[in-house]
Design a binder for this molecule. Structure first.
Ligand code: ZN
Length: 475
């Protein structure tokens, strides 16, 4: 136990060890930053995708899929965008033996793949809004240290792209995306704060960007997604225009909403503990694992009861796994704890005879359920577990922020700091130097902790227009 990294004292090493021990990915693939999704990891990802699809489709988005390769000529139409991605793209320059006339980019994101086609799809106001999404792999030549799920070169990416009639409608789509994300985050038990990024840190080509940030403890933050308002910044170069009701030609206003496998990394990082991963039931590949305890003459009765219980729970839609492998029960407990399974059902001779189970949840609770209403009681135990997991995460979230009233308080902060900022870049840069991290931007909507009105800017002392801003150390 001694050499196992602890979450509180060696966070990054703990994260890497936890992902590895849970069996979510195989990092031995011989291309840096490109991980293999194992059967267990793939199932977690599939559940994650299901939640995203459910929420975005109820917000009126429909699925599409565009090609992976983008011609250089399309990729370079919007100047800011290309500047932002130039150093990060993979190029395809040959087809077989022959150099390609037009080199192709492996999509780092799909604006430049979709927008030439949107300009063909959209003709009239009747074609709007256009709300589409895809879940595809994107590629970025990441130069920093790669880490499974958090910083990778082949990314499992969710991207929504929309075209709206005007700026106000696009602003409304941003709001609707934030609402959809709040529902997803609730399902993942991940409290977050939407933060409008400063000008120098927005998405390349965006009018503004709202990042979805979570605190990871120790003053660290992780961006787990983003929503962008593009105004006409892409629709002009890509000629995405429509005829309005008066017969006038107008450019659409666009938005995007991006999420990725980082959410899975965030779930491990936020909920995991020194025993391993801890999954909310929405994402857990196995919500319930049944461990039969076979001893002496009751093996057959225990086996029959355990198999019947698996069938009954499965028929109710519970993702249940019966671990009837040869391992000792203790080894199974350890394995499924490490893998983050919400509920473990222990079934021995006494339980099988009574028709009950001993339930141990991943947060440490233990109780006997059944025989009456056993399936309903297990459903209830799953709901209670999710609630407790969310409350635990919310407590950690609230204690991860604190107010800084003077610039000198920022150094070596163990919390994400809430501070007054006038909005000027020079003051923002001074804050970044002081905290040795980033000015994340200004929170949208409710602040993560209760505070009064903002005071004067921490750097220049200007009071007019000063807003609450967040500063921390992004992972
Ligand atoms: Zn200032």
């Amino acid at each position: 136990m001694g050499d196992k990294p602890q979450k509180a004292t060696a966070f990054v090493d703990w994260y890497l060890a936890t992902v590895e021990a849970a069996g979510l990915t195989d990092k031995r693939y011989p291309v840096k930053g490109m991980n293999v999704w194992t059967p267990y990891g793939f199932r977690a990802r599939r559940e994650l995708d299901r939640v995203m699809v459910r929420e975005i489709e109820s917000a009126g988005s429909v699925p599409v899929e565009f090609p992976t390769l983008i011609p250089q000529t399309e990729f370079q139409k919007e100047g800011e965008h290309i500047k932002g991605f130039d150093a990060q793209v993979y190029w395809v320059t040959k087809g077989g033996e022959s150099p390609l006339d037009v080199p192709l980019v492996l999509r780092p994101t799909s604006e430049t793949a979709m927008y030439p086609v949107f300009s063909l799809w959209i003709r009239s106001h009747k074609d709007l809004p256009l709300n589409v999404y895809q879940i595809v792999n994107t590629f970025r030549y990441e130069t920093k240290t790669t880490r499974p799920f958090l910083r990778v070169r082949e990314i499992h990416f969710f991207e929504e792209h929309t075209c709206q009639v005007d700026e106000a409608a696009a602003t409304e789509r941003v709001r609707s995306n934030l609402e959809a994300f709040a529902a997803m985050a609730k399902a993942f038990a991940l409290p977050f704060v939407p933060v409008r990024r400063p000008e120098w840190d927005k998405f390349p080509g965006a009018f503004y960007s709202v990042a979805l940030d979570i605190p990871l403890g120790g003053g660290r933050t992780l961006q787990i997604g983003s929503v962008h308002h593009y105004r006409e910044n892409f629709s002009r170069p890509y000629q995405i225009a429509y005829e309005d009701r008066e017969g006038e030609q107008r450019y659409v206003h666009q938005t995007t909403f991006g999420l990725s496998e980082r959410l899975l990394g965030a779930i491990v990082a936020v909920h995991g503990d020194d025993k391993g991963a801890v999954f909310p039931t929405s994402v857990a590949p196995h919500q319930v694992v049944i461990v039969p305890i076979l001893a002496g003459g009751n093996a057959e009765m225990v086996g029959t009861f355990a198999a019947g219980l698996e069938r009954r729970l499965s028929a109710r839609g519970v993702r249940v796994h019966l671990d009837d492998s040869e391992e000792r029960p203790g080894a199974k407990y350890y394995r499924w704890e490490t893998a983050g399974v919400p509920l473990r059902l222990e079934v021995g001779g006494r339980e099988a005879a009574a028709g009950s189970v001993t339930v141990v949840d991943r947060l440490g609770g233990k109780r006997t359920l059944g025989p009456a209403g056993l399936e309903e009681a297990i459903d209830g135990a799953l709901r209670t577990y999710d609630q407790q997991l969310y409350e635990r995460a919310l407590t950690a979230f609230r204690s991860a922020f604190s107010i800084a009233r003077r610039l000198e308080e920022l150094g070596a902060s163990e919390t994400v700091r809430l501070l007054s900022w006038c909005g000027k870049e020079s003051c923002g840069r001074a804050i970044e130097t002081a905290i040795d991290g980033s000015l994340l931007g200004t929170p949208e909507g409710e602040l993560p902790i209760a505070v009064g009105a903002p005071g004067p800017c921490l750097v220049c002392g200007e009071s007019n227009d000063a807003l609450w801003a967040l500063a921390g150390r992004p992972m």
